[in-house]
Every structure is written in C-alpha cells, then in structure tokens.
Design a binder for this molecule. Structure first.
Ligand SMILES: C[S@@+](CC[C@H](N)C(=O)[O-])C[C@H]1O[C@@H](n2cnc3c(N)ncnc32)[C@H](O)[C@@H]1O
Length: 195
C-alpha cells in the first residue's frame, strides 16, 4: 500500500496508517524530491512529497531493488581498461555496472509546463514516479488499484508495465480523462476507471 502525501498531512496520516497496517509492516518513507514551483523568503523552499509504503504482511511482500544513475568515481583507481575500482583487503572492488542502488530519496522531475505528458489535470504526477514505484513493489499481472486516480497516471503506469489496473475518482472528468489515456495505450483493455 502506498499513500502519497505532502507536508500538510503526512505526519498525521503516518500515525493512522500505523494503526491500520501495524508499525511493523512499515517499509519505506520515500521522499520524492523535485525543484519546480514557488519559493518563499521566510523558509526553505518546500520541494518534496512523501510516499508511505506498507506491506500487508512483512516478509510476504514484493520488493525489487532498482539501480539507476552513476557512481562518484572521482579520485578512484582505474584499471587497465579504465574502469574505476576501490582497493579492499580482498582485492579490487568494482562497481555494479547497472549503477548504484536507488535509495529512499527519489529525484524525479515534476512535469514541466510544456511536457507532452501533461493532461491539464491540476494534480497530475509524473509517469516516471509511478513506474518506479510499481517496478519496485509489484510484479507483472498484479492488480494495481488507485482509488483516487485523478488523471490516471498510476493506471497508465500499470498498463505500460503489464500490471492490471483498476481505479476510481469522485470527479467524472478525472474518470473520462483516465479512460482516454488508457484508451491510447496498447491492447490490454479489460481495465477501466469508474466513478
Ligand atoms: C492528488 S489527486 C490524484 C492525482 C493522480 N495521482 C494523478 O497523477 O493525476 C487526488 C484525486 O482524488 C480524488 N478524490 C478526492 N476524494 C475522493 C473520494 N472520496 N473518492 C474518490 N476520489 C476522490 C480527487 O478528485 C483527485 O482527482
């Protein structure tokens, strides 16, 4: 289960979710860090949201580690082929070619005002954020449910990654928009958002 919140609500919701799922089933507090939006001269710019992740039952949950980005290799030794390594007691330690493990701080750009991805829905989230989330915590064919689907980004990510998708929203425009977005995707057509 993932709840996506900003600083207004996250601390209160964490306490509630601990009661519902049990604090022992809390997996991650993911900080989604971005740069766009306003600033204030009176405090640090508020540039992150929080994703609270719970397992229904710790140990029986799905998790796939993700690697992305590049290592800091300045000042390291280089071998004959130019590959960076660290000297350790047991010999040379090379870096994983797939990049470092993604941590619980995610730098994912917000949708720019001119992004092709933009639907016009005011609270739309970037597809890259939802894809990373689903890749980490779900398997192909899993059912992904977003009961507050908005523009449908979670459902679009699910379909793109071969998960099954189910969503709803209280606003009918959100449902129409989501179905439109899903309709432009490939053949998996059993899934629909509902109001
Ligand atoms: C933050 S937005 C979701 C944004 C979405 N992740 C996206 O990428 O567009 C939250 C959505 O919850 C919907 N909502 C609020 N209360 C609801 C309720 N009681 N039942 C269903 N949907 C609700 C709102 O209409 C809004 O579209």
């Amino acid at each position: 289960m993932c709840a996506h919140l900003d600083w207004h609500a996250v601390h209160y919701v964490k306490v509630l979710l601990d009661r519902v799922f049990g604090p022992e089933n809390f997996l991650n507090e993911i900080i989604w860090s971005y740069r766009t939006g306003g600033t204030s001269p009176r405090w640090f710019p508020r540039k992150h949201d929080t994703l609270l992740i719970y397992a229904r039952c710790l140990g029986r949950h799905t998790f796939h580690a993700i690697r992305a980005g590049t290592y800091r290799t300045d000042g390291l030794n280089r071998d004959e082929d130019g590959k960076p390594y660290k000297n350790t007691r047991s010999g040379r330690l090379y870096f994983d070619a797939r990049g470092p493990l993604v941590t619980d701080v995610w730098e994912v750009p917000f949708l720019s005002t001119v992004s092709d991805e933009r639907t016009g829905y005011p609270t739309q989230k970037p597809l890259a954020l939802l894809c990373r989330l689903l890749l980490a915590f779900t398997n192909p064919d899993d059912l992904v449910v977003d009961p507050f689907c908005g523009s449908g980004t979670t459902l679009v990510a699910a379909e793109q990654l071969d998960r099954r998708a189910l969503g709803c929203d209280i606003i009918s425009e959100a449902v129409h928009l989501t179905n439109r977005r899903l309709g432009t995707l490939g053949p998996r057509r059993s899934d629909q958002a509902t109001r």
